[in-house]
Design a protein around this ligand. Structure first.
Ligand SMILES: Cc1cc2nc3c(=O)[nH]c(=O)nc-3n(C[C@H](O)[C@H](O)[C@H](O)COP(=O)(O)O)c2cc1C
Length: 313
């Protein structure tokens, strides 16, 4: 039996002050960065691997395993946050960046320390003007407070962070297209391998992770791998933010444990179909995702396994 809405990453999103450095720090901000900077980078990677955290950008690849693909001793390494969020009907990364920019920055800094990266970029959807401004203010605050720049919190770790605005191309959400775009080239995907972890931005090892994935890293450090696994299923650990839109009474972003029933998302959290009408179909996310029938919706759970194998749900 799964819980309903579970505000784990989004616990403080209702507080307007949470987007400022002061408000963020009042609610536990940057404590996990301090903790992580005292850990061995490999211990962070192991914790992330053991937590079962999987990419929140779509493919659901193990985050710790991806980090583990970085070649040894090949520097510089880059961290690239995928904030392109071009999928129709999706607006959860936007909310995270607008309500909690420092949560993303802290998650990115912990991740960057773990993979030994001194430079990161947030590649943000061009239309997200307000999110960009919010993030820029937060990055400036973080520099001023010594969370970015040289010798962060006296740890000897240096890190710089920049924002890069996309120009409205959906395909630039694909990681290799994004890297080309960041390099100033046409945003076209490249054949893999080589994967970005081996040869990415400027042909250097690059880890590309979604906004929500990077923000979740902070919680893996706070609660440990087993604490993080308190929510979700064995193969789909943790919580996830889902954007619910269409003809429902209460559209919005909802954070639930992975494995949560899709019909409960529609009828419990979303308040059901408008005007008491009958459900006809659901697009579970992504322009290339199959349209789900009512029978499939009845049985479906919101986790990687179920959505990847719709017919078996
Ligand atoms: C056409 C296409 C569009 C994509 N758009 C996004 C996107 O908007 N945001 C995102 O995080 N991942 C997107 N992805 C997935 C990325 O290529 C990549 O797998 C992801 O950013 C990795 O991060 P994660 O491991 O944290 O999920 C897209 C993939 C494809 C094929």
């Amino acid at each position: 039996m799964q819980n309903g809405e579970t505000k784990y990453l989004s616990e403080f999103y209702h507080l307007p002050e949470f987007k400022t450095l002061e408000g963020y720090k009042k609610n536990g901000g940057y404590i996990q960065l301090e903790k992580a900077l005292k850990m061995q980078p490999q211990a962070i990677i192991d914790e992330v691997k053991n937590s079962g955290l999987r990419g929140r950008g779509g493919a659901g690849f193990s985050t710790g395993m991806k980090w583990g693909f970085l070649p040894k001793n090949n520097e510089p390494r880059f961290l690239l946050c995928n904030a392109d969020e071009g999928e129709p009907g999706t607006f959860k990364d936007r909310m995270m960046m607008e309500k909690a920019p420092h949560q993303l920055i802290e998650g990115m800094l912990i991740s960057a320390f773990a993979i030994n990266s001194k430079k990161s970029y947030i590649y943000i959807r061009g239309e997200y003007r307000y999110s960009t401004d919010t993030l820029m203010t937060a990055i400036q605050e973080a520099y001023k407070a010594g969370y970015l720049g040289k010798n962060i919190m006296g740890s000897g770790f240096d890190h710089d962070m920049d924002i890069y605005r996309g120009a409205g191309a959906y395909i630039c959400g694909e990681e290799t297209g994004m890297i080309s775009s960041l390099e100033g080239l046409k945003g076209q995907p490249k054949l893999k391998p080589p994967f970005p972890a081996v040869q990415g931005y400027l042909k250097k090892p690059t880890i590309v992770n979604n906004v929500e994935t990077l923000a979740a890293v902070k919680y893996v450090i706070r609660d440990g791998a087993s604490g993080y696994r308190k929510y979700g299923t064995e193969k789909s650990a943790g919580t996830k933010l889902f954007s619910l839109s269409g003809n429902v009474n209460k559209p919005g972003n909802y954070e639930v444990p992975l494995g949560y029933p899709l019909k409960d998302m529609i009828y419990e959290l979303g308040g059901g179909i408008k005007n008491g009408r009958k459900l006809k179909a659901v697009i579970p996310g992504g322009s290339s995702a199959p349209v789900m029938t009512v029978d499939e919706v009845e049985k479906a759970t919101l986790d990687y396994e179920c959505l990847a194998q719709l017919e078996r749900c």
